[in-house]
Design a protein. Structure first.
Length: 190
């Protein structure tokens, strides 16, 4: 049974820059750069028939390409930090793409995503990292400059049950260009 989610792949040059921020924080489990992505819609563990329905449903999306801006380093979890992330500016095209995916998933019977969409790239998952250590890490890297990259497609990822951070497999790729009529689909292997 595959675990699926949609997302945006991070270009290798941006991933290398983000990977250079690794280290210096006790309790951090750093994500491998090749697994960096921006989740658009977590789908979860589903059967193969539903996976095929999802892949076909995503083909309906017709959106123009756009630019993503990673604007700051931050953490999720407040007083009990659980992740270090590079947050992205929630631009209108990005938010609309995510919202359309949410609508389409609900239409085919996938439960609503309970979390508010906050576009980001997870750099590390945290275990027992103190809020003060995370604050020190973030302030030491406070000179993170905004990075931009063009997004001309989104993908359907799968992962196998593991302890977070991948590996992730691209099951299908969907172009973001109104002139393209069919996505590059790979077969979904159960």
């Amino acid at each position: 049974m595959p675990r699926l989610f949609t997302g945006i792949e991070i270009p290798s040059d941006i991933a290398a820059e983000l990977a250079s921020l690794r280290g210096g924080l006790s309790g951090a489990r750093w994500i491998d750069a090749e697994n960096y992505h921006m989740t658009l819609r977590f789908i979860g563990d589903i059967d193969s028939a539903t996976a095929r329905d999802i892949a076909m449903t995503l083909e309906q999306i017709r959106r123009p390409a756009f630019t993503v801006t990673l604007e700051t380093l931050d953490s999720f979890g407040g007083a009990r930090p659980r992740a270090i992330v590079a947050k992205a500016k929630p631009s209108q095209p990005l938010v609309e793409l995510q919202a359309e995916q949410e609508r389409l998933m609900r239409r085919i019977g996938i439960a609503p995503e309970p979390r508010k969409f906050t576009p980001h790239v997870t750099l590390a998952r945290l275990r027992d990292a103190s809020a003060s250590a995370v604050a020190a890490y973030l302030s030491a890297r406070g000179l993170f400059f905004s990075r931009q990259f063009d997004v001309d497609h989104f993908v359907l990822f799968s992962s196998r049950a593991s302890t977070g951070g991948g590996p992730y497999v691209v099951e299908a790729s969907y172009p973001l260009d109104r002139n393209v009529s069919s996505p590059d689909r790979r077969s979904l292997s159960a």
